[in-house]
Design a binder for this molecule. Sequence first.
Ligand code: WT7
Length: 578
Amino acid sequence: MALPITGTTVKQQHLDWAAAGSLLAGLPGGALNLGHEAVDRHVAEGRGERVALTFLGRRYERKTLTYAQLADATSRAAQVLLDLGVQPGDTVAVLLGRTSELYLAALGSWKAGAVFCPLFGAFGPGPLKSRLELARAKVLIATEPLYQRKIAALRGSLPDLQHVLLVGEDGAAPAPHDGCADFNALVAAAQPASIVETNAQSPAFVHFTSGTTGTPKGALHNHGAVLSHLVTGRQVFDLTAADVYWCTADPGWITNTAYALVSPLVNGCMSVVDEAEFDPRRWYGVLKDEKVTVWYTTPTNIRMMMRYGAALARIYRENSLRLAASVGEPLNPEAVAWGDKALGAPFLDTWWQTETGAIAIANLPGHAKPGSMGLPLPGVEAAVVNRNLSKIEVLTEIDAVGELALKADLPSLFTAYVGDANRYQASFCEGWYLTGDLVRRDADGFFWFVGRSDDMIKSAGHTIGPFEIECTLMDHPAVAEIGVVGRPDLLLREVPVAFVSLNPGFEPGEALRLELLYFARQELGSALAPREILFVEAMPKTTTGKILRRALKAKALAEPEEDQPVTLAVAPGRFDDE
Ligand code: WT7
């Protein structure tokens, strides 16, 4: 689906979503199920023997599943859930790595009509508990170590959580744990279920994203979102059955659900699923040896690879890549060019959010401007707007800065924040969804990221809400007041740092600083814990007494290098706790 180009102005091609619906297979009686579209459809249409997934274990153990094998295993996983009494719309939470069990859990949930809710393994018990509660998770499928370390002690305080299914190390049987069953053993023993009749409006998956205030927001998406995943996989990546596709996202991130789980499968290609974390040699090796043709990763990962230099890249210069893309934060033009030089494919930046559910704005081969977010995809209407109370003013002037708004007719757009109808309503105005991103649009129609309109922190592409960190640290007896902001970081873009004022009787100093860092790390996990604690006598406040984050941000920026306090050693970009 190439975009026509006239002069320097790209004309937006129209895409009729209703007509595009004919690309989906559907089920008798107008039913639509993500599991069927992603897997069983290919089997029904004679492509069952094609390899769907190649799994690489941490020690390079290699396992492949054909579409037919995946259809069978996921139908049995669905039966396991049905046997547990899972009803349509019940939530199945997941704490798994990039392994075959993740695919069985997701696709099994969809086939059983359940809502798949993957969580970050690098979250601590606090954030996990609040998310399990908000999602009212009935079933949890987890690795044995994550369950033991983070959930077992909470079990009694999660009344909705009725069943826990465990996966042992490297897929082995887990040791017996109270109130838990062996996921793989149940799947092996189950009969394949027939797919539960869901439709485009049935809820399918929920991902939590952080808010500036209050509890995290669980953005819910429907089975109908699969149309966006099918279409954008073609529009952006030009995916066909001939492709070998690799997405490096963490399972807790919607990027994994949309573009590691759904999009490559609905488009019938083969995906590589690498369980291991970032390692430059390994990653170059995977790209080359697995003959990856399309690669989707993040700016932080790209910058980490750049750090290892061109010499290492050159060894792997002979590869099969035809397209590389990135998401999560702005991609600097140097990184785009580096991809071209080192890998033979420039990185194309794509823009979207948990709420949009799928890519909305992207650079495309032949239609790219390094440093920009790209052009709205056909079928996506995007505008730069000002919101005044309940009115939207569309800014048509070239390069005017305003909030990015999307016409609220995307099949993948979220349909609720679970349990928070007011917040959901507040995200829409006059038929537009307001993204919270500040952007400008240039004369050629390309969008450029300017910043967030709120206090969200972006670290390694992940969105961190300062509020959740502040609430947790307030539980420490020494903390009187706290303000968390993002400090610029060359590799991760930003890292959360906490400014703390102390209660009487507590002395600022190295010992307390380390204690607070440790406390945060234990409660929040490595994904959310601040990297630094800075003590202040008094918090800067607005006239109404609210903590002035802008002033804290300026302070964080001004902090001279040598005065920076010790930080807990955290490997850059790593989001697990090992
Ligand atoms: C926020 C969304 C991206 C899907 C995963 C979930 C920022 C994302 C870009 C980009 C500049 C970007 C925005 C957006 N963002 N992609 N290409 N250029 N900023 O993402 O956690 O919901 O975060 O990430 O601020 O609103 P998320």
